[in-house]
Design a protein around this ligand. Structure first.
Ligand SMILES: NC(=O)C1=CN([C@@H]2O[C@H](COP(=O)(O)OP(=O)(O)OC[C@H]3O[C@@H](n4cnc5c(N)ncnc54)[C@H](O)[C@@H]3O)[C@@H](O)[C@H]2O)C=CC1
Ligand SMILES: N[C@@H](CC=O)C(=O)O
Ligand code: NA
Length: 436
């Protein structure tokens, strides 16, 4: 059989890694796919830039349209990032009858519904394993490996950059900005790193996971996102004293009232395996009715780890070329006619427990005022630590863990507490999940 010709859009961290791994493992990969896979063309913005891969034998261009309009190319790898040009190119490539493999979670989370519809119409495949948790085969696992289950909830560390920052801050006491710079140099971070540290990237990935877990349309606008920029070393230490780790989690849960979709820093008991997932590693805990809890762990970012997922998708596409569209795995794991728009819970209705940290004047009555406000909102305290004032200071930190409460009750309590004259600055609030 003649080789499958592949064109690559974007030759950076992921594109370069894909070229390297495809070259190194060419024989093994074609033995698995049943055909030789050849990258014949690649496009990048600046052809003079030094590359991490050897581009010998690949025709390079600054014009991505040369690739998507080339009649010889069967599969296009979109490894550029961004949502405007990437969307335009992907839709045009689909219209030209090309199959797509992408690592672009923003593209799928924001425009996946439209892209999948266009691909169905054109009878081509769109694969996106690398878009969620890098090298971990989580899309394949949920869409195929868990297809006999009802997924109840999933919770994941799904941003490598954020987890790397939190780990280095905790273990080595390093500064946030300094670790972020290192994550960028290592190729982990997004082109705009605020996507990593403000929870947007994790939100994109969570949306994709929730869609394939519950059979709901992609709707990123309904994901609650909060980043890690407000986490201080003090919070990390106090959480440790209480037996918890702070992790940036994406959580999707089916409740009687709707689906929770939320990304935020979360206290997790340190005995949980997922609490011990450190550095750039990602992990996703999936609770499903038949199999129970399963945990998937691996590199969430990085050149070759992500290339591993890109190439697995290419192999899947090559294998499936022999099948008709009806016999392929559906884009979101559920048959297209079975995607249901279930209600998504508003953040104010979410029920969880909380870690609170406040700075207060060390004077009689302050604690009573605070606990009185919490009681008024039906919030019970599970644990409380009051730190001794440092020498020469009159202010102290109070750290509390609450029992389960509805977010809007907590919002009201926090505003009332912040209005007390004895309380300084804002109350730090971090949600807590036992994940049991
Ligand atoms: N770096 C990582 O560890 C991971 C990245 N991803 C995703 O993979 C995609 C690529 O990421 P990286 O390789 O890290 O980015 P990168 O910045 O290292 O490489 C991007 C490449 O695309 C080209 N490019 C970007 N915009 C272009 C434009 N407008 N016109 C022509 N060429 C353009 C650049 O010249 C460069 O060659 C993104 O969607 C990212 O979210 C997914 C999983 C892991
Ligand atoms: N910037 C992302 C890259 C992988 O998706 C991350 O840090 O996880
Ligand atoms: Na993956």
């Amino acid at each position: 059989m003649k080789p499958v010709k592949v064109g690559v859009l974007g030759l950076g961290t992921v594109g370069g890694g894909t070229v390297n791994v495809l070259k190194r493992n060419a024989q093994e990969i074609s033995r698995r796919a049943g055909r030789e896979i050849m990258i014949t063309h690649a496009s990048a913005r600046d052809l003079t830039r030094e590359r991490i891969c050897d581009t010998q034998g690949i025709t390079l261009s600054t014009d991505p349209y040369e690739i998507i309009n080339d009649p010889e190319i069967e599969i296009v790898l979109e490894l550029m990032g961004g949502t405007d040009l990437a969307k335009e190119l992907v839709l045009q490539a689909i219209a030209n009858g090309k199959h797509i493999v992408t690592a672009n979670k923003a593209l799928i989370a924001l425009h996946g519904n439209e892209i999948f519809a266009a691909a169905s119409k054109a009878n081509v495949m769109v694969a996106y394993e690398a878009a969620v948790a890098g090298g971990i085969p989580i899309i394949k696992t949920i869409r195929e490996g868990l297809s006999g289950n009802q997924v109840n909830w999933l919770a994941g560390i799904i941003n490598g950059t954020g987890n790397f920052i939190l780990t280095e801050m905790r273990d080595k006491g390093r500064d946030f900005a300094d670790v972020l710079t290192e994550a960028q140099a290592l190729g982990y971070a997004e082109a705009d790193p605020t996507f990593d540290v403000e929870g947007i990237d994790a939100g994109h990935k969570l949306m994709i996971l929730a869609s394939i877990a519950f059979g709901i349309p992609l709707q990123f606008e309904n994901v609650y996102t909060e980043g890690i920029t407000k986490i201080t070393r003090a919070d990390v230490e106090y959480a440790g004293e209480l037996g918890y780790r702070i992790k940036h989690l994406g959580i999707a849960r089916k409740t009687a009232n709707g689906i929770e979709l939320r990304v935020h820093p979360t206290l997790i008991p340190e005995r949980r395996l997922i609490a011990n997932v450190d550095g750039v590693m990602n992990a996703i805990l999936v609770q499903a009715d038949a199999v129970g809890p399963t945990l998937y762990y691996g590199a969430g970012a990085g050149s070759e780890a992500t290339a591993s997922a890109v190439i697995a998708d290419v192999v899947d596409v090559v294998r499936a070329l022999a099948l008709d569209a009806q016999n392929r795995v559906p884009y979101l794991g559920f048959q297209e006619s079975e995607i249901n728009n279930l209600p998504i819970l508003a953040p104010a209705e979410i029920e969880t427990t909380y870690y609170l940290r406040l700075t207060v004047e060390d004077k009689p009555g302050t604690l009573a005022d605070i606990t009185g406000i919490l009681a008024k909102q039906n919030i019970s305290i599970e644990a409380l630590i009051q730190k001794e004032p440092k020498q020469g200071e009159t202010r102290v930190s109070i750290i509390m863990l609450t029992q389960k409460t509805i977010e809007k009750e907590m919002d009201a309590a926090i505003s009332a507490i912040e209005n007390l004259s004895s309380v300084t600055g804002q109350v730090t609030r971090i949600r807590l999940e036992t994940l049991g």
